[in-house]
Design a protein around this ligand. Structure first.
Ligand code: UFG
Length: 327
């Protein structure tokens, strides 16, 4: 298939692009390089530097690359904490950019769409692990923006016949030998812990140890980026068969912040000092996914089902790229 990947120079988008190419697909990457890295784009992909905010530029991508079979939409502002400081970046820009992309898709006859959605839709779950049909309570303007894009897709299916699969990832992590996580600033737990192991930070701060969890620290479901990439490809390849759907995507195992730090100590062999700080606003105590529906319906099986294999892949990338793509 010929796939347009927005955000294909970013962490999850570039690794998905590499997996798509390995699976025999043709890829056009659209990225503004605001957060992404040109070096992350696989050389076999066609790279277009453009901004989704620019409607004409988006339209031109479709004109210059006719017969696109489907879109994977990764390009987005993605930080829960930032969205609490700068809500319009999320409630305006994420929505307008998705709308511009969908408008061009419909105009150019593209009817397949895979959305990077988020666990941040489930701020007040009724069950744990969380099923995809649990009630939606966005935890931040970021989550709200993804929920609204899911709703946009609902109407684009009814009105224009655009079929979509929304993949609500839990905590994306892990790396591949050639591509990995390189954010500036870095806010995610696993890369931060590994920066401590590399001596780039003096310690990791645990954001609160008074949560109602087994050791008082937040519990999350860490899912490897290659497993996310493979879920996107399965979703695209099976979209015509199963139609529009929403899936939660995680390993189904929760690990606490302290357990993540302990695993990093084991894998890296470094001591990794920590201090305990206050809670980070907006963090729920526990988020664990039920991925049963995607396992049953698409045969998705994680290759990295446990934290140790995830941590080893992350350490391999971070120790060989201590300054990310600048290394
Ligand atoms: N944490 C710390 N110290 C740090 C960084 C993180 O204790 O320095 C903790 C957080 O409080 C949280 C856990 O480590 O409990 C994981 O935090 P991350 O920042 O790595 O990830 P989040 O769980 O905040 O965010 C992820 C995705 C978001 C998504 C969200 C859903 O990155 O895109 O899950 O809740 F929206």
């Amino acid at each position: 298939m010929k796939i347009l990947v927005t955000g294909g120079a970013g962490y999850i988008g570039s690794i998905t692009t590499a997996e798509l190419i390995a699976a025999g697909h043709q890829v056009i990457v659209l990225d503004n390089l605001y957060q992404g890295h040109a070096a992350a784009v696989p050389p076999e992909a066609t790279f277009v530097q453009a901004d989704l905010a620019d409607r004409e530029a988006v339209e031109q991508v479709f004109e210059q690359h006719p017969h696109i079979d489907g879109i994977m939409h990764f390009a987005s502002y993605t930080l829960v904490g930032e969205s609490m400081q700068e809500p319009l970046r999320y409630l305006r820009d994420n929505l307008v950019n998705a709308a511009n992309l969908l408008e061009a898709a419909v105009t150019n006859g593209v009817r397949r769409f895979i959305l990077s959605s988020t666990a941040n839709l489930f701020d007040d779950p009724t069950t744990m692990p969380i099923e995809p049909d649990d009630r939606i309570v966005p935890g931040s303007p970021y989550g709200e923006s993804k929920f609204f894009i899911e709703r946009m897709l609902h109407w684009f299916d009814r009105i224009y016949g655009v079929k979509s699969i929304c993949l609500r990832y839990f905590n994306a992590c892990g790396d591949t030998p050639g591509r990995g996580e390189d954010h500036d600033p870095e806010t995610h737990l696993i890369p931060l812990v590994l920066q401590v192991a590399l001596g780039q930070r003096p310690h990791i701060t645990i954001f609160g140890d008074d949560y109602p969890t087994r050791d008082g620290t937040c519990v999350r479901d860490y899912v490897h980026v290659v497993d996310l990439a493979r879920a996107h490809i399965l979703a695209m390849e099976n979209l015509d068969r199963i139609g529009s759907r929403k899936f939660n995507l995680g390993n189904g195992n929760g690990y606490s912040v302290k357990e993540v730090i302990e695993m990093a100590r084991k894998v890296t062999g470094h001591p990794i000092p920590h201090v305990v700080g206050p809670r980070r606003p907006g963090d729920p105590a526990t988020l664990v996914a039920s991925s049963n529906t995607i396992r049953q319906e698409l045969g998705w099986q994680p290759r990295y089902p446990d934290l140790e294999s995830i941590m080893r892949s992350a350490w391999e990338w971070h120790s060989s790229h201590p300054h990310g793509y600048k290394s």
